[in-house]
Write a protein that binds this ligand. Sequence first.
Ligand code: ATP
Length: 315
Amino acid sequence: MTEAWRPEDDEPRGASGPVRVRVPAKVNLHLGVGPLRRDGYHELNTVYHAISIYDELTARRGDTLTLTMEGEGTGELALDDSNLVLRAAHALAGYAGVMPHARLHLRKQIPLAGGLAGGSADAAAALVACDALWGTGLSRDELAGIAADLGSDVPFLIHGGTALGTGRGEAVSPVLARPTSWHWVVAIADGGLSTPQAYRELDRLRETGAAGPPLGSTDGLLAALRQRDPRVLAATLGNDLQDAALAMRPSLAATLKAGEAAGALAGIVSGSGPTCVFLTADAADAERVAVELEAAGVCRQARIAHGPVPGARIT
Ligand code: ATP
């Protein structure tokens, strides 16, 4: 039996100092939910977009695997192997045949269970950070392969930018778009919503005929991304899970209405919610909409963000 390579056995391999990785949140510009598959997932047709709200993971050498956390929602997160950071570190170590030894520290700004894929982002950050710390030198595509087993959104958060997601969302291909920065307002709600529950609610609404018609193709959105006009993009944003999120959290209707009344070009629920995101014409409009949303008391906090931004990267 060969013994697993230990990072501390071979000093030149991997980083000796701390590795700091920044990872963005995602929104879905288009979230088309298809039928429920035999494996329990829904077939998705989505356009992911990475925005400038970040979590940060620092990895240092250690004799065991440990994780400490601070920031958004970390009081509610277990520090056991259900934590996606630890699951990602174990998955990479297993794949690369190394000991999973590291001291990890997570600083969260992405709200928990907010529909912004914060947990998936943290898993992506852990893969990139541990790969550098341990000197395992995997390609982004190899990391994305490990990521797919950790969660449907994790491969996208390795890559970032704007990308098409198919299958259960794990098959990601970049979208060719003009280099434009879009300006967003992100309205963060009190508390989270469960993603599996939102899908179940959508199934229920569809069974009873109470759901809106499915979004269908991403063609309109992809064409809009090739132009530079936020008004054109605004008209093509859509989310099949929005009816479900609104049924579970009716107060989101007031949030969406307030953002549009404040001058946003369009507002949608992000993923399974309860975060709502608003596209604005420019940075000044985004500032104004954020101030008005907070003043209207329809969200816990309104943050401005831009996108697309890169995925998990060493800073
Ligand atoms: P998505 O949009 O991918 O469905 P979300 O943004 O709604 O996700 P997350 O913040 O990713 O929600 O969290 C979903 C669940 O993942 C949490 O309720 C928590 O139980 C679990 N989880 C495990 N590890 C983490 C982590 N490091 N950060 C956040 N959530 C985690």
